[in-house]
Design a protein around this ligand. Structure first.
Ligand code: FAD
Length: 418
């Protein structure tokens, strides 16, 4: 079948977690793409030129130049889109890990103020904010803006000022020397910089239920699933969580799904939920809010088919659904490398900075400078943290953007004293 050749076309089955990862990545990267769902062997042969819907070559990604990638990794898709390039410089003034609002804001300020700046991002630009269907409380956007669009604008701004952004690259370790940091990337690359900002943010907690990993991306999703809403027409969608992001997801899906049920563990939505969202949820006829309940079982073989909901009084029921979106509390993105590189973390893994490093008034262990850690500086001199990854941060786009800008001011102070 002839399809538009000026955009990416992705062929796959609805139950494919790999297809979801690519869909999500393209959506968050604001890449125009067409999703072609294959539901029979005949369709798979005709549309994707593979043997059937179980063919391991699926998903297939076809690019505007007519080339195709079979069962590609995100790195391969990014490379094909021309996004993978080696670092331009042997050494930078500032490295920033994470291209969410905090990292992008830091990149804009640092590059615009003359620092040679590199941003390393393990997935798509935009972080959690990039997964939001509509951010309505960020200053300057009275009608709201999709997270992906906000992120893309910020990316363009950072690049226009000269910041380099290395996408689909993950920081996994670091070595520290006086006045130098060598960051280790998962692909074996090394990034040398004089100062660093950790802006690796946070991600949704898992439900911790049996079968969860297998169903992830195959009916079970984390976050607001901005790429998925239009695929939920006529379906009964369930969303777990009591905070703002769950509320936003509800409103986004309500426009497409037959019904949306929000499952809240507490007696009501969190106090932090914006009143405008509470009012809209209450006024939307196809939305139901169920409080004092939680999901206790996931059902499905290869794809989510049903969930067990257990109420606070212990009564349970199984409801059929092929779409569950989990938007519950965040865990910081410091797992794996955080402790290994010796950065001070709180008991939940968030990065400690400034005065939080000195609860008893004493400088952190191993601190070598004759001054206290600066606000947003970690226990490693010249290494700062900004945004959701930081202990005590306010989990908001504006706060992350503000901290990114502030961290750059402190980087200047640090570099000036080197
Ligand atoms: C669905 C949803 C809706 C939201 N809606 C709103 C809203 O309406 N208003 C509001 O104010 N806030 C909202 N928030 C909260 C807001 O998005 C976050 O507070 C904000 O994104 C935090 O920014 P950040 O840059 O600190 O971290 P993040 O946005 O989490 O970005 C961190 C980035 O670091 C990357 N990363 C992690 N580890 C590594 C590594 N090792 N190497 C390289 N990169 C790494 C991640 O991939 C990610 O891109 C929402 C959050 C979600 C999830």
């Amino acid at each position: 079948m002839d399809r538009s050749c000026d955009q990416v076309t992705l062929y796959g089955t609805l139950s494919s977690a790999d297809a979801y990862r690519i869909r999500d990545f393209l959506q968050r990267s604001t890449v125009q793409f067409e999703w072609v769902e294959l539901s029979s062997d005949m369709e798979a042969r005709r549309e994707a030129l593979v043997d059937g819907i179980d063919d391991p070559r699926l998903p297939v990604c076809v690019f505007p130049d007519g080339s195709r990638l079979e069962a590609p990794t995100l790195q391969q898709v990014a490379a094909k889109l021309g996004w993978i390039a080696p670092p331009r410089y042997a050494e930078y003034d500032l490295s920033i890990y994470g291209a969410g609002p905090a990292g992008l804001s830091a990149a804009v300020y640092a590059a615009s103020e003359g620092l040679r700046t590199v941003v390393i991002e393990r997935e798509a630009v935009g972080g959690q904010a990039g997964t939001s269907s509509r951010i309505e409380n960020y200053l300057g956007f009275p009608r709201g803006i999709s997270g992906a669009e906000l992120a893309e604008r910020a990316r363009q701004q950072a690049v226009a000022f000269g910041a380099e952004i290395l996408k689909v690259r993950e920081g996994v370790g670091a070595e520290f020397y006086p006045g130098r940091m060598v960051g280790h990337l998962a692909d074996g690359g090394r990034i040398v910089s004089r100062a660093n900002i950790c802006a690796t943010g946070a991600q949704y907690r898992r439900l911790a239920l049996p079968g969860e990993e297998q169903l992830c991306g195959a009916g079970l999703f984390y976050g607001a699933g901005a790429s998925e809403a239009a695929l939920c027409r006529g379906e009964d969608v369930y969303i777990v969580g009591g905070g703002n992001s769950a509320g936003q997801a509800v409103m986004h899906f309500a426009a497409y799904a037959r019904s949306v049920t929000l499952l809240v563990r507490g007696a009501q939505l969190a106090d932090s939920v914006s009143q405008y969202l509470i009012d809209r949820i209450a006024a939307t006829p196809n939305v139901t809010v169920r409080t004092r309940c939680q999901i206790t079982e996931l059902h499905g073989d290869g794809r989510l088919e049903a969930i067990t909901i257990t109420a606070a009084d212990g009564t349970s029921e199984i409801v059929r659904t092929g779409r569950l979106f989990v938007c519950i509390g965040a865990v910081p993105n410091t797992q794996g490398w955080g402790e290994r590189i010796g950065i001070a973390l709180d008991e939940r893994g968030f990065v400690l900075t400034g005065a939080d490093l000195m609860p008893d008034g004493r400088r952190p262990e191993g601190w070598t400078l004759d001054r206290d850690p600066l606000f947003l500086e970690t226990n490693i001199p010249g290494n700062f943290a900004a945004g959701d990854v930081r202990h005590g941060s306010i989990k908001r786009v504006a706060a992350a953007v503000g901290e990114g800008a502030m961290a750059v001011r402190l980087v200047h102070d640090y570099l000036a004293r080197l």
